[in-house]
Design a protein around this ligand. Sequence first.
Ligand code: AVJ
Ligand code: FE
Length: 459
Amino acid sequence: RARPSTEEARTGIAHRLAEARARTHALTAFDDAELTAQHSTLMSPLVWDLAHVGSQEEIWLVRDVGGRPALRCDLDEMYDAFQHPRSTRPTLPLLSPEESRRYLAEVREKSLDVLDSSPLEGSALVDSGFAFGMILQHEQQHSETMLATHQLRSGPPLLTAAPLAAAPLAAASRDITAEAGRPTTTGRPAALAAEVLVPGGAFAMGTSVEPWALDNERPAHAVETAPFWIDTVPVTNAAFAQFLEAGGYDDERLWTPQGWAHRQEAGLEAPKYWKRDGGGWIRRRFGVVEPVPADEPVQHVCWYEADAYARWAGRRLPTEAEWEKAARYDPASGRSRRYPWGDEDPTAAHANLGGGALRPAPAGSYPQGASALGVHQLIGDVWEWTSSDFLPYPGFRAFPYAEYSEVFFGSDYKVLRGGSWAADPVACRGTFRNWDYPIRRQMFAGFRTARDARPEEVR
Ligand code: AVJ
Ligand code: FE
């Protein structure tokens, strides 16, 4: 790809900054009471996210990159995520919604000033283009977090869904009641094979050249995998309902010891937000109650539920390396692509991203977004749990702060890949790594399963 001129790069960044801000405002354009309430102890009041986005932008862009004087040093501590756990944030003397909006506008004026005078060149990790990319991703990640807060909130709907941008291939969603208990139903369109064979051998994992890749995605390094099979599409509500109706939640043998302990303690019986309704299932989605759509990838399951489902199906979760190989490896060239479909940035034809739809697309949608190997919907729709702990790649270097990724490395967190319908295109790519605790269900996360290939299947 040709490198854009500095002017083109500046215009592009300014445009994306404006888009990110429009989304931030759209998710916080409500009465003060909605913004200052804590809808769940798992999440911040929306007004904390709002001002936090401005505070990070001030610290990273205005002060560190721009070398400009501080606007509001006094806010640093209150909006530092490490100083205050989410559950305690409503007790802080937070800026009001109106003060927060004013603060964001003041910071943004200075950032655009910094952008105007930035050379936007240099080596990938030290140029200020990266800093803008990082701030953009940060604001968009908080928009996804705010959507999770909106989903946890009870009360009449505040958000309105936009239609899915691309025409889905799959059959229209049906009421899950009609599907439950029929063992052949997966929600997958008949034209797609259930699973795809990924050849064994080495592939390039991670990146050393993607300009806005975060520290944890670096550097590129060769990883060897054995041949394996991976689901063509994410596990659907219909498929997950079969696990549930088969008693999967009550069969200790399907769960890891920690998973079973958590299932007991938390009383897990179905994905978060599901409720029984006669013989079927309904769910609340951003304030609207509807039947659980059979063909949609399952969401709001924790890692333990995903792991138990996979064991029930005689399969397992893919490792993070397997997921990335299925997504990026091009057997024709032997190289790894930026995205499943190639090197071009996501468009509405490739993936359901950006948050407008308020839901995943049915399994089998977005055929143009399939990977070289023929795996579908790897980016967009739902984050996908992998079996892997969140660990540094060989040669990892913390940048720009240890607090971005390094402090989270270890066995406490599991890696999620891909990006949900609520993720913005700037905040997901083939190398992007997300992480959360294995008990968490508020994210827009589902999964797909894998299995080792048998020798006779490979030859
Ligand atoms: C990468 C999504 C796990 O939300 O905790 C936001 C992103 N880091 N502010 C998170 C992030 C700092 C992070 N995740
Ligand atoms: Fe943050």
